[in-house]
Write a protein that binds this ligand. Sequence first.
Ligand SMILES: Cc1cc2nc3c(=O)[nH]c(=O)nc-3n(C[C@H](O)[C@H](O)[C@H](O)COP(=O)(O)O)c2cc1C
Length: 204
Amino acid sequence: MYNKTLTVAALALALGISNANAELVTQPLPKPNMIGGKTLMQSLQERRTAREFGRRAVNDQTLADMLWAAVGVNRQDGKRTIPTARDSQDLFVYVLKNDGVWLYDAKVHKLIQVSDKDLRASLATQEFAKDAALDLVYVSTNENSMYGAMHAGSAYQNVGLYCADKGLNNVVRGYFDKDALAKELNLNDKQQVIITQAIGWPKE
Ligand SMILES: Cc1cc2nc3c(=O)[nH]c(=O)nc-3n(C[C@H](O)[C@H](O)[C@H](O)COP(=O)(O)O)c2cc1C
């Protein structure tokens, strides 16, 4: 379990994404927008898989909101929008987008750049997937892979409900080469890719 007081740099180091000689590139995210939206019951009514994406970009506010929905800190004591076994908080969300790969650091609500490569094509094992504005990759460091999978399921459902609220399309995706992706993300043997989620606005 990672120490909850880890700084951004230490988190990056622990996750094997830091280069001792290079400055970490981080991107602050806008605060999650808590105003407006559908009711929870309406979002549940509209939650669905939609395998079609338009060209509209996902802006920083939308990205910030969906990452916060996934695993964000929602209380003063640092706990999250998803429950985790023994409060392990060991589910990590990577974002694959056109300007590279980013790790969401929930504690400071920032992105840490992992790579400047656009890796979305490596997940396009189904034709529609190549059009997604971004892919979320859920990575667990829990030793119990069942717990890791449960944590990821909680997070992708939160994101699915967020997408339903905003009218974004999304597909949870297990059909991709996990080992190849883990290699591309430079993961170590304690970090397990659980599942991905392709997201984007519908076609206009
Ligand atoms: C763990 C999991 C893995 C999935 N993998 C894929 C996938 O690789 N490709 C895909 O097109 N849909 C995938 N789906 C989406 C399901 O096909 C979809 O949820 C199901 O058909 C029910 O549709 P609904 O989400 O609209 O209720 C996956 C869903 C889950 C929960």
